[in-house]
Structures are given as structure tokens and as C-alpha cells.
Design a protein around this ligand. Structure first.
Ligand SMILES: Nc1nc2c(ncn2[C@@H]2O[C@H](COP(=O)(O)OP(=O)(O)OP(=O)(O)O)[C@@H](O)[C@H]2O)c(=O)[nH]1
Ligand SMILES: [Mg+2]
Length: 443
């Protein structure tokens, strides 16, 4: 029974891990091939004690890596007293089965690791539901295979299975559903989906209510500095940590742009290359705000040697979310920490419109503010409106959401010349029945 739980509960909190990566064919080799997986494992709470890399012409269909490598992994796990093996590659249920048998430990893949981090980070009710749904959807198809295989190990009288027992946290759906079976999983998935749909309907109403305002979203690779930037710009008190996926929930705050103007700024969940598909799907709702933003600020950790790869990964996820065509501004963040000036120059050359900023030192933030203000104004046009002087609501609205150049009162009406965005104008017409457009001077 305990062995079964080992595959049901895929968390790696405080466990000792061997990390493994397979590089296929002539895929270029990153400078530190296991740097990101090691960071992910660390973010999940595990201690990475050893690593193994194998270059192969193709994946081994049965066990991803070859027999010799499996033996090496087992020896490393023995030598360093590891109780979990984490693969950077995604594994099929049967591959996991094969590998677990060969190395005698719990084996998890990159997607499961990311799901585990999300499970441990989820704070709000909604984020928890989303993560649980993603975990169930990823795990459920794998359950049957796991089940029979693990029963076999348990039945074999321990021995090889010993490493997989115990030392396991309590996160994830496993805790409440020890006796998971597919039918129950199916029911639970349906329930989660309906709860999330309800929350989603509520959010759509909220987001719509804010539509008269210019909205800006911070998007980008995990750990790029989005929350730090959010704090620097708005004093929001967003959670910052040198860990992957510090932020899971969208946070929206007012961002003062000077001269009394402001927009709404949202901080969002970080992206990562090969973000598990189910996770993208279930976080779609959380990202709704970002998806519909008037402007995306794509934050890049320019001090990271993998910056170019990370930019491409973020662009891919944005495209997947259907907002690849949104107006966006690239921010080369952590400019204060750049070591490799040559690489930074290449990055700037490739993205000539990008702004060089540092959320930590404040470098470039004034330029950023001006640029956002410019874009916000760019969509406004100058018109003259006649509003009933007694309509306090409409007048307050234009004061807040438009830039007023001239105002006079005539025959119980306010004649206002202003710069206003099409969206704000639409909203004004919704809240005030008697708003007329005036040409030139005549009322
Ligand atoms: N040197 C330097 N470090 C920075 C800068 N901006 C952020 N950091 C650091 O980078 C780490 C990650 O910052 P966060 O703001 O949490 O990053 P994030 O993009 O919100 O990350 P997730 O929420 O995980 O997606 C923290 O340790 C920050 O202190 C910067 O401009 N310069
Ligand atoms: Mg964050």
C-alpha cells in the first residue's frame, strides 16, 4: 500500500534526488544542461545529490535511457542515498515503470515535478482547484499502469522497492484520494471543472467591469523578475523569491504613470519551456486578464545565459494562449546583473525596441513609464462632448478616464474637449444616456 502511494503522491519535498537528462541527436547542448531541472527540483524542496546526462541518437523506447545508464543511475542513487530520480524529459507510464524497476526508486518526470511545485505554491482556492485538475488529468491516464506495476514490486517482497517507500510529503490530490480509481478521478475532474467554470464566470464579469481602463500585464519566464518589477512600479507587495514559480495568482494594482494618469498593472504566473499542457489549460482562466491586456510587458532575465531560449519559450506559450499578436514591449531586466556584455549586446541587437531595465536598481523605469503612457495615449483621440451638467457620474468618469483640455458650461450642459480611448468612450455611452458628440464650437 505504501508503495502504491509513492506513485500517487508525486511530491518530492525534502527528498534526495538524482537528476537525469537525455539529449537527442545533434540537439545543441546548453551550457549547463541540468541547471533548470536542478532549480525546479530545488524549488520543489528536494535536494539534488547527483546528476547524469546521456546523449543518444534517439530515446530508448522502453526506458528512455539505455541499460548501462540505468545501472549508473542506480549506483549513483545508492551512493548518494537518493530516494527519487527526476527526468528532464517527459516519460510515458511504461517508461516510468521500466525505470523504476531498474533503479528501485520513485521516478518522476519534468511535468510531474512542475505540477508538484504548483501544488505546493497554490494559495488561493482557485489556484488549488486548477492545480488539482491539472494533476488529476496528467496522472489519471497513468494510474492503471502504475497500479499493476507497483503491486508487483510490493508483492516481490520489498528489496528493490525499498527506496520508493516513505519520505514523501502530503501535497497533491493523492492525500485525499488514497484509493484513487479512474471512475472517481473522472467524477472529481467533472466537479473541479464545474467549480472553476463558476469562478470563471464571476471573473469575466469583474474583468468586464474594468474594461474602461488601460490594462498592462507583466508576462515572462519564471524568475525573470515580474513580481519585483510589479513592486517597484506600484509598491504592491507581491511575493518575490529566487525560486521558480513564486507567483501563481494574478495580482492587479493601480500603476500611477504621472500627471494624474494611471493604468492597471497585473503580475502573472511565470512561464517555462515545455509548460505541461494541462497546466496551461487550467491556468488559462487565471491568465485571462493578461490575455486581454492592452499591452503586454514581456520581462526577460537578461543576465541569464538562456535568455534567448526563454524569450522563445514565452512567445510560444503566448501564441498557445491566443495572444501572440497582442501589443508587447520587451523588457531586458536585471541589466544591473549582466556579466556577459557581449551576449547582452547580441540580445539588444536582436530586439532593438526592447527597453533595458533593472527592477532592483530602478534603472530604466522612468523610460518604461513614459513609453507606457505614450502607448496609452496613442489609442486616444481628441473629441468634444456635451454632457448633461447634472450627470455627476458621467462627469466623474471623464475626469478619471480621459484627459480634459477644456470645459465650459452652457444651458445646463458641460461642453468638454478631451482625449479619450475608444473603450472609455464606449463605457461612457453605457453609463450615460445623454452624451452628444459636438463638432467644432456649436453645441
Ligand atoms: N540583480 C537583479 N535581480 C533581480 C532583478 N529583478 C528581480 N531580481 C531577482 O530575481 C529573483 C526572481 O524575482 P521575482 O520577481 O520573484 O521573479 P518572477 O518573474 O516574479 O518569478 P515567478 O513568480 O517565479 O514567475 C528574485 O531573487 C529577485 O530579487 C533585477 O533587476 N536585478
Ligand atoms: Mg512572481
Amino acid at each position: 500500500m505504501t508503495t502504491l502511494q509513492s506513485r500517487e503522491d508525486l511530491s518530492v519535498g525534502r527528498e534526495r534526488a538524482v537528476v537525469v537528462k537525455v539529449i537527442i541527436g545533434n540537439e545543441p547542448e546548453p551550457a549547463e544542461p541540468l541547471a533548470e531541472l536542478t532549480e525546479l527540483a530545488r524549488s520543489a524542496g528536494a535536494i539534488v545529490v547527483s546528476q547524469a546526462i546521456q546523449r543518444r541518437p534517439a530515446f530508448n523506447a522502453a526506458s528512455c535511457v539505455g541499460k548501462g545508464k540505468l545501472e549508473e543511475i542506480r549506483q549513483r542513487a545508492d551512493a548518494y542515498d537518493a530516494n527519487v530520480v527526476i527526468f528532464d524529459n517527459d516519460l510515458s507510464p511504461s517508461q516510468i515503470r521500466e525505470i523504476e524497476q531498474a533503479v528501485g526508486r520513485k521516478v518522476i518526470d519534468r511535468s510531474e515535478l512542475i505540477l508538484d511545485i504548483f501544488a505546493s505554491r497554490a494559495r488561493t482556492h482557485e489556484a488549488r482547484l486548477q492545480v488539482e485538475l491539472a494533476q488529476l488529468e496528467y496522472t489519471a491516464p497513468r494510474l492503471r499502469g502504475m497500479w499493476t506495476h507497483l503491486e508487483r514490486i510490493a508483492g516481490a517482497g520489498g528489496g528493490t522497492g525499498a527506496g520508493a517507500v516513505g519520505g514523501i510529503g502530503t501535497r497533491g490530490p493523492g492525500e485525499s484520494q488514497i484509493e484513487i480509481d479512474r471512475r472517481l478521478v473522472g467524477k472529481r475532474v467533472a466537479l473541479l471543472k464545474s467549480k472553476l467554470a463558476e469562478i470563471d464566470r464571476r471573473r469575466v464579469r469583474e474583468v468586464r467591469a474594468r474594461r474602461e481602463q488601460f490594462t498592462v500585464s507583466l508576462v515572462g519566464y519564471t524568475n525573470a523578475g515580474k513580481s519585483t518589477l510589479m513592486n517597484a512600479l506600484t509598491g504592491a507587495g507581491a511575493f518575490v523569491e529566487d525560486r521558480l514559480f513564486a507567483t501563481l495568482d494574478t495580482l492587479t494594482r493601480k500603476w500611477e504613470l504621472g500627471s494624474g494618469r494611471y493604468c492597471l498593472l497585473s503580475d502573472t504566473v511565470g512561464f517555462i519551456r515545455d509548460l505541461p499542457h494541462h497546466l496551461v489549460a487550467s491556468f488559462r482562466a487565471t491568465l485571462e486578464e493578461a490575455i486581454h491586456a492592452d499591452l503586454l510587458l514581456h520581462v526577460v532575465d537578461a543576465a541569464n545565459p538562456e535568455a534567448a531560449v526563454q524569450i522563445a519559450a514565452v512567445e510560444r506559450v503566448l501564441a498557445e494562449l491566443g495572444c501572440g499578436e497582442r501589443p508587447a514591449l520587451l523588457l531586458l531586466n536585471k541589466a544591473d546583473a549582466v556579466q556577459d556584455e557581449a551576449a547582452f549586446a547580441v540580445l539588444r541587437g536582436r530586439h532593438p525596441d526592447a527597453l533595458r531595465v533593472s527592477a532592483r536598481t530602478g534603472l530604466g523605469l522612468d523610460t518604461l513609464r513614459d513609453e507606457v503612457l505614450r502607448r496609452m495615449r496613442g489609442e486616444q483621440r481628441r473629441i468634444t462632448l456635451s454632457i448633461r451638467a447634472g450627470d455627476g457620474r458621467a462627469l466623474t468618469f471623464v475626469e478619471r478616464f480621459a484627459e480634459i483640455h477644456e470645459r465650459r458650461f452652457e444651458d445646463g450642459r458641460a461642453i468638454v474637449e478631451l482625449d479619450i480611448s475608444p473603450r472609455a468612450l464606449e463605457h461612457l455611452h453605457r453609463i450615460a444616456a445623454d452624451v452628444r458628440h459636438v463638432n467644432g464650437l456649436e453645441a
